[in-house]
Design a protein around this ligand. Structure first.
Ligand code: SDX
Length: 461
């Protein structure tokens, strides 16, 4: 899809070489295997170490800083694929043929048109809302589209669409029941209907994020441009300007990098809702809710504030010394799974340098970020603290003209692919999530009528 001569492809392949040289990339046999339930695992707080399910969608190799989607290395996908193809790969499980990709990309482009949802959304005070709350609201407004649950509900004769009067042009006289021809809507298997809803969400959430960005600035939403790709339309519908080929390519790579990432908090939230057989819109809305938390989504926004706060390369060392002395977290660093360099940060770093070039908003920030990365890695590398996906993504988005409040919505736009791919997969062999809880409270207390109660003794603080 992209030529080796392409400057961005060269940067990605160079990052790939460096990654594989520094950390290797052989699958970790401890977690790449078929699960024989029930399994024994050591579980820490926050379900750390717990195995939620088995999956073929994507694999995060935390020990060696590897990431793959359906077995394809993330560096290869960034160098040679595009977001539409990666969505097909995550949802369907294999790379598409030319015709399949054309049809799928056309469908995603069609689904970018959600005028009635945007009309309803415009009725809310979007400019005063948290953008992720607005995105969640819009996702629920999309729910009025027919989903699998609606089909399941109207069941029995749902498939029957009519007798000969309906299926033959009405100018012919009805010939009576004995001549009735019952045509049945080709009953799409549940998966097809859910697949259509997943594609609607992959595009609808993108259109809503772009519309929310514009409404926050007092502009009207824009319709997609049929000449542009998915990534190109995300930028165009957000800014109102058609992006350059290089800006489109950078956005496309950022969308690929954020598409899926194992059982992170928002994916798990989406799966828990899906496991109750709620519709896929409710599941994606739950994923957006989970991503709203600053420990998961939003760190890239904090990184930009942090870099501006440091202010200069000379100030990096004293800032790090003071921050670590106060046991504070450095945003954009550390990860629950990666204990080496996050492969996504390896790709985003050179793109941040490229997209920010000449942009006033990024002036000098990339140099501060590079100095901070060196300082933190030298002091915390031994604890497995390295840059994660959020450390450079804010600089990339700023270079593309995306406002800081829209960073996390853009993360959600991309992650709808991973959320929905894992929902489709899990529903094939669904079991409602219901972990246990250890009770450590009081037992055998006797009820005391209110008249006989004495004020509780205040525990000394
Ligand atoms: C994402 O799960 C996913 O895959 C998420 C994600 C995805 O694609 O979906 O990758 C996206 O969420 C990226 C992470 C974005 N968040 C941040 O950048 C916020 C800053 N990072 C930290 O809050 C932290 O690193 C976490 C939450 C990301 C991970 O924390 P862990 O694995 O629970 O680590 P921990 O809290 O057990 O800390 C272990 C040690 C502690 O030191 P000690 O108490 O042992 O001395 O590491 C230290 C921590 O203080 N530490 C950090 C640090 N992160 C951990 N010290 C300084 N700065 C940090 N950022």
């Amino acid at each position: 899809m992209h030529f080796e001569s392409d400057r961005i492809t060269r940067l990605i392949l160079a990052a790939s070489k460096k990654a594989h040289r520094e950390t290797g990339a052989s699958p970790d046999s401890r977690i790449v295997k078929i699960v024989e339930w029930p399994v024994t695992c050591t579980v820490g707080p926050g379900l750390e170490g717990a195995i939620a399910c088995e999956s073929k969608v994507g694999y995060v190799n935390g020990a060696q800083g590897g990431l793959s989607y359906r077995g394809y290395d993330i560096f290869d996908l960034c160098a040679h694929s595009n977001y539409e193809e990666v969505c097909f790969l995550l949802l369907i499980g294999n790379l598409p043929s030319k015709a399949e990709l054309r049809g799928f990309s056309d469908k995603l482009r069609d689904y970018l048109h959600i005028p009635d949802v945007l009309r309803q959304l415009a009725g809310f005070p979007i400019e005063r809302m948290n953008p992720m709350a607005a995105l969640r609201l819009g996702t629920n407004l999309m729910r009025h589209e027919q989903t699998d649950l609606d089909f399941l509900r109207g069941k029995a004769d749902e498939a029957k669409i009519g007798t000969d009067e309906d299926s033959i042009p009405m100018e012919t006289l009805p010939r009576g029941e004995e001549h009735a021809i019952y045509e049945f809507r080709r009953r799409q298997p549940i998966r097809d209907r859910n697949l259509a809803a997943c594609c609607r969400l992959i595009s609808g959430v993108a259109s809503m994020a772009a519309a929310i960005a514009r409404m926050r600035e007092g502009h009207l939403p824009l319709a997609p441009d049929p000449e542009l790709s998915y990534a190109g339309n995300v930028l165009y519908m957000t800014s109102g300007e058609r992006p350059s080929a290089e800006e489109t390519r950078i956005m496309d790579v950022a969308l690929i990098l954020h598409a899926d990432h194992g059982m992170n908090a928002s994916t798990f939230a989406a799966l828990v809702v899906a496991s109750t057989l709620a519709d896929v819109y409710s599941s994606v809305s739950a994923g957006i809710g989970a991503l709203t938390g600053p420990l998961h989504g939003g760190a890239n926004e904090q990184v930009m504030h942090m870099l501006r706060g440091i202010g200069s390369v000379a100030n990096v060392k004293p800032w790090v010394k003071a921050t670590l002395a106060e046991k504070k977290r450095v945003m954009g660093f550390g990860h629950r799974v990666y204990k080496v360099y996050d492969p996504r940060a390896r790709v985003l770093a050179p793109l941040a340098a490229l997209s920010g070039r000449g942009k006033v908003a990024n002036k000098g920030l990339f140099q501060i970020a590079a100095a901070l990365e060196t300082e933190i890695a030298s002091r915390l590398g031994k604890k497995g603290i390295f840059p994660n996906v959020d450390f450079y993504s804010g600089l990339v988005y700023t270079g593309l003209g995306i406002s800081e409040r829209m960073f996390t919505p853009m993360f959600a736009v991309s992650r709808v692919a991973g959320w929905t791919a894992r929902i489709l997969e899990y529903l094939k062999n669904n079991r409602i999530f219901r972990p246990r809880v250890m009770y450590s409270g009081a037992v055998d207390r006797h009820y005391v009528p209110i008249a006989a109660r004495r004020p509780a003794r205040r525990k000394k603080r």
